[in-house]
Design a protein around this ligand. Structure first.
Ligand code: SF4
Length: 456
């Protein structure tokens, strides 16, 4: 049973359409939504995981985790073994001696950094990434970053952020990393033409697609953040407007606003509807007509709709339950409901930034339970009672649930795969239909009497 002390239910959160600058694609101007807030045991990766995609994106950066052997194992197994290239992440191990306060961890850190930078002159930006152990021994990494930055100026910039499991979940590592870079962005002088910043790590191939589409729509003045090279950090200022490509960048958005940039409220570019609305929101900010956007995007929309429709056969009418993991859950649930006709039982998310996902929340049906935070045992009970056709969850929950006969999708794949935009909409749908297909095949192979518990 839930108790009032550890369970907060928000009722009737009303969104004001004008205040949130919603455009004509929204369905309601007042939305009744119940959000279940839970605090308890969580089954979510820590923010170190973001290094896996961040080190691929910023090609002259290096991520030095100041952590334990557990931290080293996590990023090594998540990122895979690199055989042909020198990796751009490592762990400075804090051992028992350091934990007991017997060694000067700062001296040790300086020694490791000196070794690293003399061996790797290609590094232009070094991130010191905090972890649970560095937090426990209260190692001040912001002081260390400042000290080291002075030592290695002007060749290397040293920044710091926390990926600790005490402070961050999975995708919050990227938010913390990007936030640490905002103060390094040059302030634009103003009086220039309006400039668009597209914020959030995207695969290069998607960036290239988006660049082509923005230009076709008539928006020429734009930059991506983070950039592919740390020396190409875009300027920011009062003439900047920014569009988030990921819903988990709340702190980065606040930091950009502090630097004078204005946030463009939008849906997120997942699926046909989200991608269209995302481009349209940017276009409106630049005075481009909806007619032009529709004309330019129509061929992409048709192709994407066709690609998505291939997964309808396996997903239409099926139910889905999301455990909290990446903060992508609300936009992905919206995609599954509107474009693949799935029933949303529960949409769990580690954090819900209502301002950033306002347009997405409007698209979630009233009867769907949205939950924020986690108490994993309770959530498992709710999930099993609802008997969903598909469960989207982290690796730790997927195997036990599969063993009970449920069909699962590893949410980590949704972060590691390129899923943004029109050209990826079909692949995104397939990421959900593939486990359903696999389960159907397995069910067909099993003799009937052993087939209990299989949901397909
Ligand atoms: Fe584990 Fe904390 Fe290291 Fe993450 S930062 S791997 S949660 S010890």
């Amino acid at each position: 049973m839930n108790t009032p002390a550890d369970l907060i239910v928000e009722k009737e959160i009303k969104f004001d359409q004008k205040k949130n600058n919603l455009n004509s694609t929204s369905e309601n101007n007042s939305y009744k939504q119940e959000i279940l807030k839970e605090k308890g045991q969580r089954e979510v990766f820590c923010g170190l995981t973001g290094i896996v995609w961040l080190h691929r994106k910023i090609q002259d950066a290096f991520f030095l985790v100041v952590g334990s052997r557990t931290c080293a194992h996590l990023i090594q197994s998540a990122a895979g073994v690199m055989i042909f290239a020198e990796p751009r992440f490592a762990t400075a191990i804090i051992d028992e001696k350091d934990l007991a306060g017997l060694a000067d961890a700062n001296e040790e850190l300086d020694r490791v950094v000196s070794q690293l930078l003399s061996r790797r002159p290609d590094i232009k930006l070094l991130f010191l990434v905090g972890s649970c152990p560095s937090e426990v021994i209260k190692l001040d990494l912001s002081n260390a970053a400042e000290r080291l930055s002075k030592n290695y100026l002007p060749n290397v910039k040293v920044l710091n952020y926390s990926g600790s499991g005490i402070e961050t979940t999975f995708t919050q590592g990227e938010d913390a990393c990007l936030k640490s870079m905002v103060p390094e962005m040059q302030q634009s002088k103003g009086s220039k033409e309006k400039k668009l910043l597209i914020v959030g790590t995207l695969a290069d191939i998607i960036e290239d697609q988006f660049s082509r589409l923005f230009k076709k729509i008539g928006i020429e003045n734009f930059d991506f953040f983070p950039p592919r090279n740390s020396t190409d950090l875009p300027e920011v200022g009062k003439d900047s407007v920014f569009l988030l490509a990921q819903p988990f960048l709340a702190e980065t958005a606040t930091e950009l606003e502090k630097s004078g940039a204005k946030h463009i409220p939008a849906m997120f570019p997942f699926g046909v509807q989200g991608s269209y609305e995302w481009f349209l929101s940017a276009a409106k900010e630049f005075g481009v007509s909806e007619e032009k956007v529709t004309t330019v995007l129509n061929p992409y929309i048709s192709r994407a709709k066709h690609a998505v429709s291939k997964s309808l056969g396996l997903l239409e009418g099926k139910s889905v339950f999301f455990f909290p993991d990446s903060q992508l859950e609300v936009p992905l649930a919206r995609f599954l409901h509107h474009e693949l006709k799935m029933n949303l039982l529960e949409v769990g998310t580690p954090y819900l930034n209502k301002k950033l996902v306002a347009k997405e929340l409007f698209k979630i049906p009233n009867e769907t339970q949205i939950s924020e935070g986690q108490d994993v045992e309770r959530q498992l009970d709710r999930c099993i009672n609802k008997n969903p056709d598909l469960i989207v969850c982290g690796l730790g929950l997927a195997n036990p649930l599969e063993a009970q006969g449920f069909t699962t999708k590893w949410s980590i794949e949704l972060v590691f795969s390129p899923i943004h935009g029109f050209d990826q909409a079909g692949d995104l749908a397939e990421l959900f239909s593939r486990p359903m297909y696999r389960r159907k095949k397995i069910a067909a192979l099993k003799p009937k009497k052993e087939n209990f518990g299989v949901t397909q």
